[in-house]
Design a protein around this ligand. Sequence first.
Ligand SMILES: *Cc1c(COP(=O)(O)O)cnc(C)c1O
Length: 225
Amino acid sequence: MTTLEQKLHFDTIIERVEKARLRVNDHHIVKIVAASKYVDAEAIKSLYEIGQRAFGENKVQDLMSKSEALDALPIEWHFIGTLQKNKINHLLSVRPHLLHSIDSIELAHALNERLERDNMTLRALVQVNSAYEESKSGFLPEVFHENYTRILEECPRLHLQGIMSIGAHVDDPKIVAKSFEITRQIFDSLPGATICSMGMSSDFELAIECGSNMVRLGSVLFPKA
Ligand SMILES: *Cc1c(COP(=O)(O)O)cnc(C)c1O
């Protein structure tokens, strides 16, 4: 795509986000995180140049190499994938803006320890498996609240900001909406939470209508990739 085509395409996505958020209310602001795992640093730079600032990667190695390649740009890097404990040092070396995917107490403790040692803090979300799918990470809804509050209490270096979920992997929008509604209900009950990260290319409008205020968009933003 030419730069102009890319800009026009990006505008259509922003417009879809805009329409969905206005169906919630005027004050419902939604942030777009561009999930850049399908593309190289060059493509990230092009999207940056037409205004996108937040990018998310789901592999620590890719986050490291792309953030290094684009070091000169003030990009806000998010980590959205499953994090293995042996990758914590590498992740923290990038100083990401937000980790979306705390999915166990063990991971939270390991992160807290490392942050403590390096005298750092990290903004993070805790992942919920509100679709009850075995292939998905995250706490089940029934035990989410107790684990979230436990991390709040036991891991002061983690600055918890809210919740993340991946919508049900099915075609029936009613079932997808159900998983988003479960996430939203939990979000509303969390002390101090401000971020509800849910919605991807196939379901972001529905996610926004169910209360998401942060969408992670990949394939829809990078159509040729
Ligand atoms: C890849 C990815 C996305 C974006 O997926 P698309 O369907 O391409 O929009 C969102 N969230 C996570 C955790 C991802 O890994």
